[in-house]
Write a protein that binds this ligand. Structure first.
Ligand code: DAH
Length: 346
């Protein structure tokens, strides 16, 4: 009889899996208190016949140890949980909550937004295009024929070689001009911000990806005077009214004539410093009148329509605004750098 009971309780103890500390406590109350199972069995043991006492005594002692050890183990396991829940219950609910920290906008996003806002005031809409681009939109339609040396300045990462229309990461946002003109009817007045890629070794001054804002204005009777006034307005809005501009003749396959635009150095106000290499001027963008070949490539009659275009690097403008000398900082995600822009208005 006693042996069978010990056997049953042993199995029960082995199977016992508590869900909470309350179950552990129930275990203790059932087995280990004064009127619990263990003591009761010891009481019964007293009336067992002497010849059974030896073997049963051993079994009973082992049972007692198993019950105590199981309890000890479960108690330790659940006691720490119990303490934390007790702490929670005792927490002062009238204390203020734990504050949480908002992130801040990336400096490049701040500057992109500022650029977009200025052009919006002039009636420019924002357009976007794919970063994975085909040869036609990135080069050929923009008057870079295959094998033309101007392509050498914009080596990039090729994804797929396919007969005459390779797929690659776009090297500039000028590809979005083409997409816009192919898919719509003039007039066009848009800016196109986005990420671009070049096969460059990463250093303080060059990176394999960066950001540009492209501009396009196509309508009847658009002239170089419109281009100059638009960009002059933009510079004054972005850098302040005392900023001067100058245009230098340049070459881009997709504009004719082409120019590069400098502004008077925003750091030294034209006196000469490290930023402007002592010249008092810094280049901020390329621009020109859209080449008639490009208009025709996109299905627009160049006898009726003319237009201007420009493209600038957002990193470059950000450098001038915040004097960030190392391009790598923009993509390293170092919070010590990024959190410095927390107070900027967004
Ligand atoms: N796509 C040129 C580049 O990445 C920048 C540029 C120059 C864009 C002149 C234009 C432009 O639209 O008219 O170097």
């Amino acid at each position: 009889m006693l042996q069978e009971k010990i056997q049953q309780y042993s199995e029960e103890i082995e199977r016992f899996v508590p869900q909470s500390y309350n179950d552990v406590e129930a275990f203790r109350l059932k087995f280990l208190v004064a009127k619990g199972v263990v003591r009761t069995l010891f009481e019964e043991f007293k009336s067992v016949s002497p010849d059974q006492k030896r073997s049963l005594g051993k079994v009973l002692n082992e049972f007692k140890q198993a019950a105590e050890q199981k309890y000890q183990h479960l108690h330790e396991q659940f006691a720490s949980n119990k303490q934390t829940s007790k702490k929670k219950a005792e927490a002062d609910l009238t204390l203020p909550g734990e504050g949480f920290v908002f992130g801040s906008r990336h400096p490049l996003s701040l500057v992109r937004k500022e650029i977009v806002e200025i052009f919006k005031k002039l009636g420019f809409i924002v357009a976007e295009g794919p970063e994975i681009e085909d040869d036609w939109h990135n080069f050929t339609a923009l008057n870079f024929p295959p094998e033309h040396p101007a392509r050498d300045m914009q080596d990039t990462f090729f994804i797929k070689k396919q007969q005459g229309n390779d797929i690659a990461l776009r090297t500039h946002t000028s590809s979005v001009q083409v997409r816009m003109m192919e898919n719509g009817e003039p007039p066009f007045r848009a800016i196109m911000p986005g990420r671009v890629y070049r096969n460059e070794a990463i250093s303080a001054r060059a990176h394999c990806f960066f950001h540009q804002v492209e501009g396009l204005y196509v309508d009847k009777d658009v002239s170089f005077a419109d281009l100059k006034q638009t960009l002059y307005y933009f510079v004054q809005e972005l850098f302040g009214e005392d900023t001067k501009v100058r245009f230098r003749p340049s070459y881009f396959p997709f504009t004719e004539p082409s120019a590069e635009m400098d502004i008077s150095c925003t750091i030294c106000k034209g006196k000469g410093c490290a930023m402007c290499k002592g010249t008092g001027w810094v280049e901020i963008l390329g621009c020109g009148m859209v080449d008639p070949n490009v208009l025709e490539n996109c299905g627009i009659d160049s006898a009726i329509y003319s237009g201007f275009a420009f493209g600038m690097g957002i990193e470059r403008i950000t450098n001038l605004k915040y004097e960030i000398r190392d391009l790598r900082l923009f993509s390293e995600n170092d919070v010590r750098f990024l959190s410095q822009f927390e107070t900027e208005l967004i």
